[in-house]
Design a protein around this ligand. Sequence first.
Ligand SMILES: Cc1cc2nc3c(=O)[nH]c(=O)nc-3n(C[C@H](O)[C@H](O)[C@H](O)COP(=O)(O)OP(=O)(O)OC[C@H]3O[C@@H](n4cnc5c(N)ncnc54)[C@H](O)[C@@H]3O)c2cc1C
Length: 495
Amino acid sequence: MLSQKVSDKQLQYDAILIGAGIMSATLALLMTEVLPEVNILILEKLESPAKESTGVFNNAGTGHAANCELNYTPMDHKGNINVEKALVINNSFERSLQLWASLYEEGKIDISKFLKFVPHISFVTGNENVEYLIKRHSILSELPEFQDMELSNSYKEISSWAPLITKERDMGERISATRIKRGTDINFEALTNEYLSYIEAEKNVHIKFQTEVINLRRSGKDLWEIDFKENGLESSLVTKYIFLGAGGLTINLLQKSKIPESKLYGGFPVSGKWLVCDKPALTSQHNAKVYGKADIGSPPMSVPHLDTRWVDGKKFLLFGPFAGFTTKFLKESSYFDLFSSFKKENISSIFDVGLKNTDLIGYLFKQSVQNHNARMDTLMRIMPSANAKDWQLNNAGQRVQIIKKNKSGGVLKFGTELVNSADGSLSALLGASPGASTAVSIMLKVLESSIIFKEKGLQSDKNIYRIIFKDNFPEQPSNSNAIKSRNNNILGFQT
Ligand SMILES: Cc1cc2nc3c(=O)[nH]c(=O)nc-3n(C[C@H](O)[C@H](O)[C@H](O)COP(=O)(O)OP(=O)(O)OC[C@H]3O[C@@H](n4cnc5c(N)ncnc54)[C@H](O)[C@@H]3O)c2cc1C
């Protein structure tokens, strides 16, 4: 049946956000906290929010604060450890905590739905890795952000922190661990639902589900027109501002916008899988997120970790991620995603990145063809007593890594990148890591660069922090003791 085309240009929204994952939900919340009069439409192609990367079993739920992730503190060939990235991520996460504390204090969200306190541990074996961890600890524990980091090289003590990682381990092997007790496990799907329930009830925010955006274009000088499909019917709407929060598919929508900035980008999908265990005999023995060290040659997001996960009051263990390859950009999308993102402007950078990263392609191929026993062998490096029958394989979310054009061809990036049109009428978020944990800081940048914000004559000054974060200490950075202890008190951290 041919779909009907309905044009409804009278119905205008100040802002249309595409995708109902954690990013759009955070942006809608921040925007309406600062500007309650703004009216926003969120368009989501699935039947409910947060079912792609934000979905509870599609990500690891780590509140990334750089407490335990060794890839945020790389060591160069001279043995120097760079902590810059760890500090940025730690500060960004503290901002997220600060927002949740303020919203919770005002009764706007319920933290018990999404936030659990789970210690963060780094764990390594072998002389070289142990020396690295000791050095990393000596540098980080000098900084206020990580001053509570504990170090242990003792089997007995590490066993008291996380018994499953020492049980049945060869005692002849040198091991080392660090721990920060003030760690978190977060259900980002539940958090997204908390944000959306609050703003749908209290603000001018409307969400349309089962509505897929199929095209967007400039409409006159100041507006955008968006075409979407709802129940087989095509319609279009105009708006002043668009945020592309379509997860992996953001790249394809960005290309449709035809803004000059879009021509710099391509995407490379990496899928993931977890081993999951729900046996109470095992889940009751582990209360930590234990991050190991990635294999040489593997991409940074493949750091193996054994996680405590809380989902709707039930405790799980999760281990992974194991990487894989598909040409889809989301779990619920098309195998043509990758091919349709090839454009004459980005094809040379995509091929250049392909040629420069043959080791990554080989790694992904090897990971994709692994069987259950091979995956169990990897798990047993961190949990030697693991038994194959206790663990099941689950699919994780899709990550689309950024390929960016540069002078030498192209570069593959593993972080996130914000793309803004020059006039502030469109923003897009590409990439996936550290992702959901830092959504507040990233979306604050999106808000501040948006035309909506600029039109109101607002500036990214201390007042904004006062409004959004109920920040009584606007002159202090988010990791200051005053802000941290307020977060601890309101959220209930036992430190
Ligand atoms: C394996 C894995 C592990 C991770 N672990 C962590 C972690 O431990 N901690 C952490 O902080 N982050 C983690 N992340 C990253 C985090 O999950 C993501 O950064 C975050 O969920 C991205 O949110 P989003 O809103 O941008 O995208 P998504 O959650 O993917 O949402 C995009 C939405 O857009 C919709 N959509 C797409 N196209 C259209 C269209 N054309 N029209 C309408 N709707 C559309 C989709 O249906 C979807 O609902 C992990 C990610 C993966 C994949």
